[in-house]
Write a protein that binds this ligand. Sequence first.
Ligand code: RB5
Length: 142
Amino acid sequence: MKIAIANDHGGLDIKNAIIKDFAAQGIEFVNFGTDTADSVDYPIYAKQVTAAIQSGDCDLGILCCGTGIGMSMVANKQKGIRAAVVTNEFCAEMTRRHNNANVLCLGGRVIDEAMAVKLANIFITTPFDGGRHQRRVDMIED
Ligand code: RB5
Protein backbone atom coordinates (compact mmCIF):
# COMPACT_ATOMS: atom_id res chain seq x y z
CA MET A 1 0.00 0.00 0.00
CA LYS A 2 1.47 3.32 -1.12
CA ILE A 3 -0.17 6.62 -0.20
CA ALA A 4 0.07 9.83 -2.26
CA ILE A 5 -0.18 12.93 -0.10
CA ALA A 6 -0.13 16.65 -0.81
CA ASN A 7 -1.29 19.93 0.65
CA ASP A 8 -1.42 23.67 0.24
CA HIS A 9 -0.35 26.19 2.89
CA GLY A 10 -3.66 25.69 4.75
CA GLY A 11 -2.99 21.98 5.14
CA LEU A 12 0.74 22.00 5.86
CA ASP A 13 0.63 21.27 9.58
CA ILE A 14 -1.79 18.36 9.36
CA LYS A 15 0.09 16.91 6.36
CA ASN A 16 3.31 17.02 8.39
CA ALA A 17 1.61 15.28 11.31
CA ILE A 18 0.29 12.54 9.01
CA ILE A 19 3.60 11.84 7.25
CA LYS A 20 5.43 11.80 10.59
CA ASP A 21 3.00 9.16 11.79
CA PHE A 22 3.23 7.17 8.54
CA ALA A 23 7.03 7.24 8.65
CA ALA A 24 7.00 5.99 12.25
CA GLN A 25 4.71 3.12 11.22
CA GLY A 26 6.70 2.27 8.10
CA ILE A 27 3.76 3.13 5.83
CA GLU A 28 5.00 3.92 2.33
CA PHE A 29 4.00 7.35 1.00
CA VAL A 30 4.92 9.91 -1.64
CA ASN A 31 4.86 13.51 -0.44
CA PHE A 32 4.09 15.91 -3.29
CA GLY A 33 4.41 18.99 -1.04
CA THR A 34 4.07 21.85 -0.55
CA ASP A 35 6.58 21.84 2.28
CA THR A 36 6.62 25.53 3.17
CA ALA A 37 3.97 27.91 4.51
CA ASP A 38 4.12 30.05 1.35
CA SER A 39 0.77 30.49 -0.35
CA VAL A 40 0.26 28.05 -3.25
CA ASP A 41 -2.61 27.00 -5.52
CA TYR A 42 -4.23 23.79 -4.27
CA PRO A 43 -5.39 22.50 -7.73
CA ILE A 44 -1.75 21.87 -8.70
CA TYR A 45 -1.25 19.61 -5.69
CA ALA A 46 -4.60 17.85 -5.99
CA LYS A 47 -3.81 16.89 -9.58
CA GLN A 48 -0.42 15.45 -8.66
CA VAL A 49 -2.01 13.12 -6.13
CA THR A 50 -4.84 12.04 -8.42
CA ALA A 51 -2.40 11.42 -11.28
CA ALA A 52 -0.37 9.14 -9.00
CA ILE A 53 -3.51 7.11 -8.31
CA GLN A 54 -4.63 7.06 -11.94
CA SER A 55 -1.21 5.77 -13.05
CA GLY A 56 -1.31 3.03 -10.44
CA ASP A 57 1.81 4.28 -8.70
CA CYS A 58 -0.17 4.94 -5.51
CA ASP A 59 -3.19 3.14 -4.07
CA LEU A 60 -4.84 5.90 -2.06
CA GLY A 61 -4.43 9.66 -1.70
CA ILE A 62 -4.66 12.26 1.04
CA LEU A 63 -5.13 15.95 0.27
CA CYS A 64 -4.95 18.66 2.92
CA CYS A 65 -5.97 22.29 2.49
CA GLY A 66 -7.73 24.82 4.71
CA THR A 67 -11.11 23.10 4.58
CA GLY A 68 -10.51 20.03 2.40
CA ILE A 69 -13.21 21.35 0.09
CA GLY A 70 -11.16 22.92 -2.70
CA MET A 71 -8.97 19.84 -2.91
CA SER A 72 -12.04 17.60 -3.12
CA MET A 73 -13.56 19.67 -5.91
CA VAL A 74 -10.44 19.29 -8.03
CA ALA A 75 -9.95 15.62 -7.20
CA ASN A 76 -13.53 14.66 -8.03
CA LYS A 77 -13.18 16.08 -11.55
CA GLN A 78 -10.42 13.54 -12.31
CA LYS A 79 -11.48 10.23 -13.88
CA GLY A 80 -11.64 7.32 -11.49
CA ILE A 81 -11.21 9.49 -8.41
CA ARG A 82 -13.67 9.39 -5.54
CA ALA A 83 -12.67 12.02 -3.02
CA ALA A 84 -14.37 12.69 0.30
CA VAL A 85 -14.07 15.58 2.73
CA VAL A 86 -14.06 14.02 6.16
CA THR A 87 -14.18 15.58 9.63
CA ASN A 88 -14.98 12.62 11.90
CA GLU A 89 -14.12 8.97 12.43
CA PHE A 90 -17.49 7.63 11.29
CA CYS A 91 -17.25 9.28 7.88
CA ALA A 92 -13.60 8.24 7.47
CA GLU A 93 -14.69 4.62 7.90
CA MET A 94 -17.89 4.79 5.88
CA THR A 95 -16.45 6.52 2.86
CA ARG A 96 -14.09 3.58 2.47
CA ARG A 97 -16.66 0.89 3.27
CA HIS A 98 -19.53 2.25 1.17
CA ASN A 99 -18.08 4.72 -1.36
CA ASN A 100 -14.71 3.04 -1.95
CA ALA A 101 -13.26 6.55 -1.74
CA ASN A 102 -9.67 6.64 -2.94
CA VAL A 103 -8.82 10.17 -1.81
CA LEU A 104 -9.28 11.58 1.69
CA CYS A 105 -9.58 15.37 1.93
CA LEU A 106 -8.86 17.07 5.25
CA GLY A 107 -9.02 20.67 6.43
CA GLY A 108 -6.19 22.09 8.49
CA ARG A 109 -8.45 24.93 9.63
CA VAL A 110 -11.20 22.49 10.61
CA ILE A 111 -9.53 19.63 12.49
CA ASP A 112 -6.40 19.43 14.65
CA GLU A 113 -3.31 17.36 13.96
CA ALA A 114 -4.29 14.47 16.23
CA MET A 115 -7.65 14.12 14.48
CA ALA A 116 -5.99 14.32 11.07
CA VAL A 117 -3.67 11.44 12.00
CA LYS A 118 -6.60 9.42 13.35
CA LEU A 119 -8.72 9.96 10.23
CA ALA A 120 -5.83 9.16 7.89
CA ASN A 121 -5.21 5.87 9.69
CA ILE A 122 -8.87 4.87 9.63
CA PHE A 123 -9.03 5.72 5.93
CA ILE A 124 -6.02 3.68 4.86
CA THR A 125 -6.88 0.61 6.96
CA THR A 126 -10.61 0.28 6.23
CA PRO A 127 -11.53 -1.98 3.28
CA PHE A 128 -14.37 -1.45 0.81
CA ASP A 129 -17.45 -3.57 1.66
CA GLY A 130 -18.22 -4.36 -2.00
CA GLY A 131 -21.53 -6.15 -2.64
CA ARG A 132 -24.40 -3.74 -3.28
CA HIS A 133 -21.99 -0.84 -2.85
CA GLN A 134 -19.98 -1.93 -5.89
CA ARG A 135 -23.05 -1.36 -8.11
CA ARG A 136 -23.44 2.14 -6.74
CA VAL A 137 -19.77 2.96 -7.15
CA ASP A 138 -19.99 1.71 -10.76
CA MET A 139 -22.93 4.10 -11.27
CA ILE A 140 -20.71 7.00 -10.17
CA GLU A 141 -18.25 6.13 -12.95
CA ASP A 142 -21.07 5.82 -15.51
C1 RB5 B 1 -6.40 28.77 1.03
O1 RB5 B 1 -6.51 29.99 1.66
C2 RB5 B 1 -7.72 28.02 1.07
O2 RB5 B 1 -8.63 28.61 0.22
C3 RB5 B 1 -7.51 26.57 0.72
O3 RB5 B 1 -6.59 26.01 1.61
C4 RB5 B 1 -8.73 25.65 0.80
O4 RB5 B 1 -9.35 25.79 2.03
C5 RB5 B 1 -9.65 25.71 -0.31
O5 RB5 B 1 -10.67 24.99 -0.34
